[in-house]
Ligand binder design. Structure first.
Ligand SMILES: C[C@@]1(CC(=O)O)c2cc3[nH]c(cc4nc(cc5[nH]c(cc(n2)[C@H]1CCC(=O)O)[C@@](C)(CC(=O)O)[C@@H]5CCC(=O)O)C(CC(=O)O)=C4CCC(=O)O)c(CCC(=O)O)c3CC(=O)O
Ligand SMILES: NC(=O)C1=CN([C@@H]2O[C@H](COP(=O)(O)OP(=O)(O)OC[C@H]3O[C@@H](n4cnc5c(N)ncnc54)[C@H](O)[C@@H]3O)[C@@H](O)[C@H]2O)C=CC1
Length: 275
């Protein structure tokens, strides 16, 4: 991308690591319940502050479940609620309070999202697709959340089958490869990266999804050790692959028959005209 082709006015899209960090959620309505779900997936510790009569049923379920959530049945109380907090998400129906919370967070340099005031957000949420370790976020940079939601549904339909499973298996393969050929940077890193690129580009997503502990070992023994990428048939076995590919061959066969029959008819027609 050249400097001329860059497109200013966007956001920095990142995959923020929240594991064991402390996230304060103020409010417990429907919007807050979505925030809780997103933050739990990232393995954060959560504190929720919201009067109990305002809790959405999904928020109640999260609070009563076995999640790392501390709940306070009251309204936000001021700066002392921000002690030891790494991130603040407010989803309340009180704009004046939202502004106060925002300015307290600014003073303490705590990143904050204020659901009802885009100007008071350090970051926006977006429409999310999740399939295991795969996460896709659609952002319209605050312009149209509903269109983000519609675009998400279109992207969802076009994703390859079993992408999340394939990613999980490739994650296992990468970590086993690092155990076998350890080291950071230098020649070993270069060789590892090239081999991983070759595996990911020469195997189909469905084949990668079939990997397991035994076949990962086989792929490393027969592939990595000989600096090659064996075909999936040789590693995961033809039987497993045919089983998965069966619906495709069922569809291909009638097409072939129809094509041959069509070609034969056209031939007969041409031949009879010629005479
Ligand atoms: C700036 C942002 C701040 C933030 O919340 O982070 C923000 C702000 C506001 N949203 C409002 C309204 C709606 N929000 C939704 C839905 C979603 N909103 C989300 C994100 C964001 N919303 C951030 C920017 C996202 C981006 O850049 O695209 C999604 C994607 C993610 C999520 O919230 O988890 C989630 C869809 C999740 C999914 O489907 O997957 C719907 C649709 C519906 O309810 O069906 C409506 C009504 C229709 C409409 O307005 O489009 C209003 C009130 C406007 C008013 O009063 O008129 C404000 C405040 C304002 O704009 O002033
Ligand atoms: N960003 C987004 O995606 C969207 C944002 N919104 C806005 O987000 C806000 C929240 O939306 P909903 O969850 O639907 O509202 P809601 O009315 O269902 O929930 C608001 C909650 O905040 C609590 N609350 C109010 N003042 C509080 C305080 N000082 N301390 C602690 N809790 C407090 C209430 O008890 C209630 O539980 C609204 O202002 C709404 O306009 C609405 C739709 C989408």
């Amino acid at each position: 991308m050249t400097a001329e082709s860059s497109n200013p006015g966007g956001s920095l899209l990142l995959a923020w690591q929240l594991k064991n960090k402390h996230v304060l959620i103020i409010g417990g309505g429907e919007v807050a319940s979505g925030r809780i779900e997103s933050v739990l997936i990232a393995n954060a510790r959560i504190t929720i502050i919201c009067p109990s009569q305002g809790l959405h049923s999904i928020t109640k379920r999260f609070i009563n479940g076995s999640h790392p959530i501390t709940y306070h049945d009251r309204v936000f109380d001021g700066a002392e609620d921000l002690d030891d907090v790494d991130m603040v998400l407010t989803a309340i129906d009180d704009v004046a309070q939202s502004r106060i919370i925002y300015s307290l967070c600014r003073d303490l340099k705590i990143p904050v999202n204020v659901a009802d005031i885009p100007d008071s957000c350090d970051f926006y949420f977006g429409s999310q697709i999740r399939d295991g370790p795969l996460q896709i976020m659609i952002s319209t940079n605050g312009q149209s959340p509903k269109l983000a939601n519609i675009i998400k549904k279109k992207i969802q339909k076009s994703l390859p089958n079993r992408a999340g499973e394939a990613i999980r298996k490739v994650g296992d393969l990468r970590s086993k490869l690092k155990d076998r050929a350890p080291g950071v940077g230098g020649e070993v890193s270069k060789r590892r990266m090239k081999w991983m690129v070759d595996v990911c580009t020469s195997w189909e997503m469905d084949d990668l999804a079939l990997l397991n502990e035994e076949t990962i070992k086989r792929l490393l023994d027969d592939g990595w050790e000989t600096n090659s990428v064996p075909p999936p048939d040789d590693v995961v076995g033809r039987r497993n692959r045919t089983f998965d590919a069966a619906p495709t061959s069922i569809h291909v066969f009638p097409c072939m028959v129809a094509f041959i029959a069509g070609a034969a008819c056209a031939g007969v027609l041409l031949f009879s005209r010629h005479r």
